[in-house]
Design a protein around this ligand. Structure first.
Ligand code: BG6
Length: 510
């Protein structure tokens, strides 16, 4: 590993939930693992009136997200970490107060010798990203003549294609593209990165990774939770924007991409962009109607416990048609993937939390063992992204005894079996990479735009199309009743787990 340069991390929106829930715990683990540079500090900035001590108490001492660590570790160890955190009140609005912020940054930089290396982390509403970038630039804080300057941007990155393009242009006025790190926490997940390793460090998968051997690819992202306290945000977003445009299309790009020349950020990102650009964009209403399913969870009862329907959630419009379930079938227009359907779904209030990629291989071209229940015994490669991170291969074995009866067996690898390995959380890994200037796991401007190009017509159709329907599904079941109709032939979604709702109800919402 390269020596970590001294630096300061300035978090905008530091009084928000993300800082306490994800960023500070990730930094704490990096501190525990001795990954932080010798001279390092965090400066939280937002509009709350807080002292350094109050901020430290809020995100460390009294934080429920670090409670266990605080209990377990020596007080002096916790204090050592907390003392790396500082806070600056920006005043009543994000419009002003940058001069004072800049002088605070300069004096901390001098006092703690962070060498003029600054990462600015935007964890604020996206509407003010541009405003912050502009002010940083005006204060000379983007200038790299003394120390490097980087900008990490949280999602949502744009609301649609037009706004994503506008945001890219706006940020690029103040920062160079090489200074901008667009975070997608799925790329920080060990098993998402392992997709690259599985494909390109083995010689047994890549020769089969194409239309000649793969029948179809299925990607599922299911969450058992509902929208929780984020109804206000989610109702304007929906599953397509919240999960599909970013996290799922990132996974798709890693499955679809061609082998990169090497493992450098630009080499990998170039291939990912090419992959995203090869997704066939669906434009006409009939194609969009046939290849997309939009759903929303309804109230239900699971083991006697009443679960709220989406429309009853706080912050959600009572007649909302926002989707909490999105399933999309599409094709990839290139040599490798011609005619191979991809089925990708994401949803809330499913029976379990799971993210997995299932590669379904074709049946052997010539079936020797007829009549032995061979149907449905095709090979599958299942990459479990979460939970139980690992890889599962399903293959046919002979049932002991007379004749040739074929049964399907599992070859199963669990990351947890690597007991020596401490798996970093996504935020740990991504923060560490940005601190070292490695942008491989961050999305580039053209990547984000290519993903929006594909999603935009689906969004527009779902908003205005005459044939669009939103299907209701009971909280705790695997989506709308017609979910399997999306999949060609006798295949169905691989649902890892049973329905939970006592009385699965389905309906058409509009
Ligand atoms: C976030 C979405 O990006 O990812 C949330 O905004 C979602 O709605 C979350 O719950 C899921 O992340 P993970 O890592 O728990 O799969």
């Amino acid at each position: 590993m390269n020596k970590m340069p001294n630096q300061m991390l300035i978090i905008f929106g530091a009084s928000g939930d993300l800082t306490a829930r994800k960023l500070v715990p990730a930094l704490f683990n990096l501190y525990k693992g001795k990954h932080l540079p010798e001279n390092f500090l965090v400066l939280g900035a937002s509009r709350s009136d807080m002292s350094d001590e109050e901020f430290r108490s809020r995100v460390v001492g009294a934080s429920s997200y670090l409670a266990e660590d605080v209990r377990r570790e020596e007080a002096s160890f916790i204090k050592g970490f907390a003392e790396k955190l500082f806070y600056h009140d920006l005043g009543s609005s994000y419009e002003e107060g940058y001069e004072a912020l800049a002088s605070r940054i300069q004096s901390l930089d001098k006092e703690f010798r962070t060498d003029g290396n600054f990462i600015f982390y935007l964890s604020t509403p996206p509407e003010i990203y541009e405003l912050i970038a502009k002010n940083l630039c005006e204060q000379g804080l983007t200038d790299e003549s003394h120390g490097w300057k980087r900008l990490i941007v949280e999602k949502p990155f744009g609301y649609d294609l037009a706004t994503a393009k506008a945001l890219n242009q706006a940020l690029q006025r103040f920062f160079k593209e090489s200074q901008i790190y667009r975070i997608d926490h799925y790329l920080g997940k060990e098993t998402v990165q392992n997709l690259l390793v599985t494909r390109f460090s083995n010689s047994i998968f890549e020769p089969l990774w194409n239309r000649n051997y793969i029948h179809h690819v299925e990607i599922t992202n299911a969450e058992s939770v509902g929208v929780e306290k984020r109804g206000g945000y989610y109702d304007k977003s929906g599953a397509l924007r919240d999960m599909f445009q970013n996290h799922l299309l990132q996974i798709v790009s890693l499955v679809v991409m061609e082998p990169p020349i090497g493992d450098q950020a630009e080499e990998i990102r170039n291939e990912k962009v090419k992959a995203l650009k090869s997704l066939r964009i669906m434009r006409d209403e009939e194609t969009l109607h046939e290849n997309t399913i939009r759903g929303q969870y309804l109230a239900s009862e699971i083991n006697g416990v009443k679960i709220k329907g989406y429309r009853e959630e706080e912050g959600v419009h009572p007649e909302s048609t926002t989707e909490t379930y999105a399933a999309i079938k599409f094709f990839v227009d290139n040599w490798r993937w011609k005619d191979v359907p991809f089925y990708v779904r994401t949803a809330k209030r499913m029976p379990t939390k799971v993210t997995e990629v299932v590669v379904h291989f074709k049946s052997p071209h010539h079936q020797i063992f007829q009549g032995s229940g061979i149907r449905n015994k095709d090979n599958q490669l299942i990459i479990r992204i979460q939970p139980d991170e690992g890889i599962l291969i399903k293959f046919g074995v002979k049932v002991p005894g007379q004749g040739f009866k074929v049964e399907r067996a599992n070859l199963d690898f669990y990351y947890s079996s690597l007991t020596e390995t401490n798996i970093m959380t996504a935020y740990e890994r991504l923060l560490l990479d940005a601190m070292q200037g490695d942008a491989t796991l961050y999305a580039r401007a053209d990547e984000v735009e290519a993903a929006w190009e594909f999603v935009d017509p689906i969004l527009k159709y779902w908003e205005n199309g005459k044939t669009v329907k939103t299907y209701g599904y009971s909280a705790g079941v695997w989506g709308p009743k017609n979910a399997n109709e999306l999949i060609d032939g006798y295949y169905m979604w691989r649902n890892p787990g049973a329905n939970l709702a006592d009385d699965p109800g389905f309906c058409i919402i509009n």
